[in-house]
Design a protein around this ligand. Structure first.
Ligand code: KG4
Ligand code: ZN
Length: 340
């Protein structure tokens, strides 16, 4: 039985996409180490993540990375009390590598195991650096696979209130970058170019006036294709600035609408796209406008990492009244799609 005080030691395991990550967290959110092995260089030449390549790389990396994490945290495997692993959403094969590793370790050491939702994990990244987030919070989760709005009631208790009807915003950044001949992942490349340009091309803010909390990024993506085909020699920096401005405007408008429709005390922004400096600035601006605190994890906790998974697992386990539920994990399956 794991200790339930502030000394609970949780190992987090994340392999849902193209980052292998192992983290060790003490208590609910004190990060002792967060090791991330990125596969970006392997996938860049294909212009996106190749699932088979990702699985093989996770397999080769996970064992040594686990040892590195223990060393870096200065603890032994016997000091771990709880295992938290990403169960989904993500690439099934990639998830299975982490899940199998987690089950084997939990079984060998007779430890409880929590299967964590990756999206909940992204939101929990905020708690690594902020211990006193005011609830209820509105959370905007922006990643390569998701663009979602959640009402967060108490750390991990959340309700889905809106999301994209087609592409995720990160996916749109990646696809537009590909159209422009920029590498994968596209978000950071578009941001870098956008800093040098002005948003002179018209890119629609899709569903701007829908009155709902839905997003759409497929229209803006098509608009970009049309501009690229029609314009004679458009400046790359201006194209990037135009797309980025429209994408951020959509995120800003819908988050503001959600706040207007609800009763929130703070704003959380999380996920890989939250690395974007212009988005961060705009969301801090929204907080200033509405007089609300805004919490955005530092860049290392926005992109995929296992610290967020360990925090989510520790919070769920600590809160749970039936701890024995975490002893029966052998049948726990990986799930490709899963919105909490
Ligand atoms: O959360 P994440 O690391 O992985 C998923 O769970 O999907 O997010 C990755 C996504 C990619 O689409 C990537 O292009 C985007 O985050 N991204 C950015 C930036 N950095 C990463 N998008 C816009 N601007 C950035 N600076
Ligand atoms: Zn992610």
């Amino acid at each position: 039985m794991a200790c339930l005080n502030e000394n609970l030691v949780t190992v987090g395991i994340e392999t849902s996409c193209d980052e292998t990550s192992i983290a060790i967290v003490r208590g609910k959110s004190e990060v002792l180490t967060s090791q991330v092995a990125s596969q970006v260089d392997l996938h860049t030449k294909y212009g996106g993540v190749v699932p088979e390549v990702a699985c093989r790389e996770h397999l080769a990396t996970i064992g040594p990375l686990f040892d590195t994490a223990l060393k870096s945290a200065g603890i032994s495997a016997d000091e771990i009390d709880l295992v938290a692993v990403t169960r989904g959403p993500g690439l099934i094969g990639a998830l299975l590598v982490g899940l199998s590793f987690a089950k084997a370790f939990a079984m060998a050491k007779n430890l409880p195991l929590v299967g964590v939702n990756h999206l909940v994990g992204h939101i929990c990244a905020v708690y690594a650096e902020n211990k006193n987030v005011e609830f209820p919070a509105i959370a905007l989760l922006v990643s390569g696979g998701h663009t979602e709005l959640f009402e967060v009631h108490d750390h991990i208790a959340m309700k889905h209130i809106g999301g994209t009807v087609d592409d995720a915003v990160g996916e749109a950044f990646d696809k537009v970058a590909r159209m422009l001949g920029l590498g994968y992942p596209g978000g950071p490349q578009i941001e870098k170019e956008a800093e040098k340009g002005t948003p002179d091309f018209y890119v629609p803010v899709a569903m701007k006036n829908s009155g709902t909390l839905d997003f759409s990024f497929s229209g803006p993506k098509t608009a970009m294709r049309n501009i690229i085909e029609k314009e004679k020699d458009p400046a790359l920096a201006d194209l990037c600035a135009s797309f980025q401005t429209a994408a951020i405007e959509a995120l800003y408008i819908k988050t503001k609408l959600a706040i207007k429709q609800g009763n929130y005390r703070s704003i959380i922004v999380a996920g890989g796209v939250a690395c974007n400096g212009a988005l961060r600035e705009k969301m801090y601006e929204l907080g200033g406008e509405l007089g609300m605190p805004v919490y955005i994890p530092s860049v290392k906790y926005c992109s995929d990492n296992a610290a967020m998974i360990a925090i989510a697992g520790a919070l769920e386990y600590t809160k749970s009244e039936d701890k024995s539920a975490y002893d029966n994990y052998l049948d726990l399956d990986a799930v490709a799609r899963w919105i909490p």
